[in-house]
Design a binder for this molecule. Structure first.
Ligand SMILES: CCCCCCCCCCCCC/C=C/C(=O)SCCNC(=O)CCNC(=O)[C@H](O)C(C)(C)COP(=O)(O)OP(=O)(O)OC[C@H]1O[C@@H](n2cnc3c(N)ncnc32)[C@H](O)[C@@H]1OP(=O)(O)O
Length: 719
């Protein structure tokens, strides 16, 4: 776990060996303690170099160990003892020095970084703080403002930035280990006192209180209700105002408040969930690590609406040549201008040159005959999409993969009109596609494993978090959205207002409440779908009870809002009013209040006081309940996939883990009991009826979320 060698006759080279990221597991900490003792007690050794195996210094504490009882040598005293040693210690940083890894480097007396290395204290993203002295040493090294920014955001910095900030002493293009050994030899006999960061005084800015206040306010605005960044501010305040011995105690106290918190558990779960989601398995048994994806060099995007434009940008900026197709010259020209503008702005932000030469715009599908992959992003209309797929099937070479950006239509029906159903899949991007990180890769019953592997790998290349899902109306994300938003509109009928519901959801941590989100997305899209499904509009049987459709409870309020031409932000009116069409400043609208009152009056509904608890339970438990159905139906393979989809596609707060993790934290028994209660009160709302899988899990003693898979075992897996 830590290898010991003597090099150049007098330098002890300690190599951390815990693949893949050399995290500081109990065994590694043990290894460091043993090898450091050996180095310090061997008179032949004049200096020490610490490095990591396989070009990675250290990815920090072993996050998996946080879930169990803490064993092995504690990190903090181990690091303090390295710093206190009387032989110079040099950190040779290659790959990453993150979290405890950087804290280890900070107790070394010198730090040499490879030019491609990344450094940072990302503990805050795991609901923690750098509690192995990081909050006390980094401010002493680089000053309060810079340390505060790095510690509260968890941002990684390049070695060049680390050099500018003063975190490292030298950046090298060569083997960092060899450079560090030479450096260590030159450091022998130089005084170490000024190199022990804990002994330095903190350069304290005169406006410390104002700075801390400003950062606190920024955090409260950006990360409402999240504890760890605020604890980080307090720890840095301690560094600025206390001697090291007291500051370190404060750091430990603050860590103790975070360590076993629900937020830390949720954030650590989210870290692993994101990685688990990339590891897909299909019903055929094929999986992520045994299926080779195809290399995609060229792609086509059909349709230059909002989605198509974002997809074209996402492809071009990772070096894929793109042919963008529109049906109308005017639309093509305006699409061209927008895509070019988006790419130029993106390139400017990233400090690279825009890859405009990779773009081609055309009106003819005939131009697609040689591309490796097509992503169709036309209007959400099955007949139109089928025509496009039929045409593509004729035009493209037989090996071209055909993907649809549909947000919920049957991918297999599209596959059925082509000559290559095995090469068809869904690639469901989220708007705006060049910004949003989520990609649902929809696996139809005939999609081959190579097709799925290619779509997943293309998603990764575009910087997306890709999740493989099965084929059903709405897939995972949009299928779950329906019960969630239905509950919100039923609550409006019963007495709530859009702003009340949104506030509760935003206080819970959602980036936007359900009504503000709908206004942003546009209310007309759902209205059109409801009209096409015969749920609203002139075709609805007037004899039908007005609040029931197709045998189910139905709330027509969203249709009534649309009937007034209120389509959301783009029209300046929706659930809220905005300063102008396209405005983003949502204000409660008395007209909506009137509409709700008139509606309740017409149907004799006596409004009642709706509590925060009811809003959370009805919206979020209905959401999770559908998630259980999705797992049972084999549309998602594991709860982690659902949670990743909701975090990256729907603004579910990461510090709550996602709808399924949240349900597990509340307690499955409690979720079941509340759903039963609400279903009893609303027997005509089927999505409040507890799902069989939820009941089964409760009957099995509510196992932890990581064990749910063992109870799912569906024979109908679509994944
Ligand atoms: C009352 C109680 C009081 C309690 C007080 C407790 C006191 C405890 C004190 C402890 C003080 C410790 C302070 C330090 C804390 C930390 O260091 S927390 C960890 C900080 N580090 C990170 O956040 C880095 C996380 N990792 C990454 O960002 C990336 O993995 C990477 C290093 C940049 C590499 O990326 P990439 O090459 O893309 O590979 P991945 O796919 O992400 O990872 C590969 C596999 O490695 C696993 N992994 C990565 N990092 C860790 C880790 N730190 N611990 C455990 N496992 C890790 C990752 O999950 C992948 O594994 P698989 O999923 O199995 O493939």
């Amino acid at each position: 776990m830590a290898r010991y060698e003597l090099v150049k006759r007098s330098v002890a080279l300690i190599t951390l060996t815990n693949p893949p990221v050399n995290s500081l597991s109990s065994a590694v900490r043990h290894g460091i303690a043993k090898t450091m003792d050996r180095a310090l007690s061997d008179p032949k050794v004049t200096a020490v170099v610490i490095c990591g195996e396989n070009g990675r210094f250290c990815g920090g504490a072993d996050i998996r160990e946080f879930a169990g009882p803490l064993r092995g040598p504690p990190l903090l005293p181990l690091l303090d003892s390295i710093e206190a040693g009387d032989k110079p210690v040099v950190a040779a940083i290659e790959g990453v020095a993150l979290g405890g890894g950087l804290e280890l480097a900070l107790v070394c007396h010198y730090r040499i970084a490879h030019s491609k290395a990344r450094l940072g204290l990302p503990e805050v993203t795991l609901g923690l703080l750098p509690a192995a002295g990081g909050t006390q040493r980094l401010p002493r090294l680089i000053g309060i403002p810079a340390a505060l920014e790095l510690i509260t955001t968890g941002r990684h910095v390049s070695s060049q930035e680390a050099l500018k900030l003063g975190i490292v002493d030298q950046v090298t293009e060569h083997n960092a280990c060899e450079v560090a050994v030479e450096f260590a030899l030159r450091a022998v006999a130089k005084p170490l006192s000024s190199r022990r960061l804990s002994a330095l005084t903190v350069p304290c800015p005169p406006d410390l209180d104002a700075l801390l206040e400003a950062v606190t306010m920024q955090i409260q605005k950006k990360a409402r209700g999240v504890m760890a960044p605020l604890a980080c501010v307090q720890a840095v305040r301690a560094a600025a105002t206390m001697p090291y011995s007291q500051g370190i105690k404060r750091e430990s106290e603050l860590m103790a408040t975070l360590f076993n918190s629900g937020q830390a558990r949720a954030l650590q779960y989210s870290f692993f969930a994101e990685r688990t989601a990339g590891k897909w398995t299909l019903p055929s048994g094929a999986q992520w690590n045994d299926t080779k994806p195809r290399e995609i060099r060229s792609a086509a995007v059909i349709g230059l609406g909002t989605m198509g434009r974002g997809i074209a940008v996402s492809l071009a900026r990772v070096g894929i040549s793109v042919i963008a197709v529109e049906s109308d010259r005017k639309l093509m020209e305006s699409g061209r201008q927008m895509v070019i503008g988006m790419l130029e702005r993106d390139a400017k932000r990233r400090g690279v040159s825009a890859s405009l030469n990779l773009l081609k715009f055309t009106l003819s599908l005939q131009d697609l005959k040689d591309v490796d992959l097509v992503i169709e992003a036309v209007f959400e209309d099955m007949a139109l999409k089928k025509r496009v797929f039929q045409e593509l099937s004729k035009v493209c070479r037989p090996t071209t993969l055909l993907c649809s950006n549909t947000s919920g239509l049957d991918v297999d029906a599209l596959a059925g009109v082509t000559d290559r159903p095995q090469l068809v899949s869904g690639m469901h991007f989220f708007s705006p596609a060049h910004v949003m990180k989520l990609l649902e890769v929809v696996c139809g019953p005939r999609s081959s494993s190579e097709t799925i592997a290619t779509a997943m790998s293309l998603g990764k290349r575009m910087g997306k978090v890709s999740v493989a899902v099965g084929n059903c109306p709405g897939f995972v994300g949009n299928r779950m959205l329906k019960p969630y938003s239905d509950q919100a509109t039923f609550l409006l009928e019963e007495g709530a207002t859009p702003e009340q519901i949104d506030k509760v959801l935003e206080d819970f941590g959602f980036a936007m409440g359900v009504f503000r989100m709908s206004d942003l997305a546009g209310l007309d899209v759902g209205w059109r779908v409801r009209k096409e499904s015969g749920l609203t509009g002139p075709d609805v049987d007037p004899k039908n009870p007005p609040r029931r459709r197709q045998g189910r409870k139905y709330c027509p309020i969203p249709d009534m809002v649309c009937e007034q031409g209120r389509f959301g932000q783009k029209t300046g009116r929706g659930w809220y009013m905005y300063d102008k069409p396209g405005g983003t400043n949502a204000k409660p609208d008395p007209l909506i209040q009137n509409l709700l009152e008139t509606y309740r009056g017409r149907y004799g509904i006596k409004p009642r006081n709706i509590t925060e608890q009811e809003i959370i339970e009805r919206c979020l438990f209905a959401l999770a309940n559908e998630g259980f159905r999705i797992l049972k139906d084999g549309i998602a393979a594991q709860p982690e996939d659902i949670d990743v989809i909701y975090q990256f596609g729907y603004g579910f707060p990461r510090h709550r883990g996602g709808p399924m993790f949240y349900a597990s934290m509340v307690g499955l028994e409690r979720v079941l009991e509340r759903l039963e209660h609400y279903h009893q009160a609303h027997p005509d709302v089927s999505h409040l009826e507890p799902s069989p899988l939820l009941k089964k899990l409760v009957a099995c003693g509510s196992p932890p979320i990581q064990k749910w898979r063992e109870h799912i075992k569906t024979i109908h897996s679509h994944l």
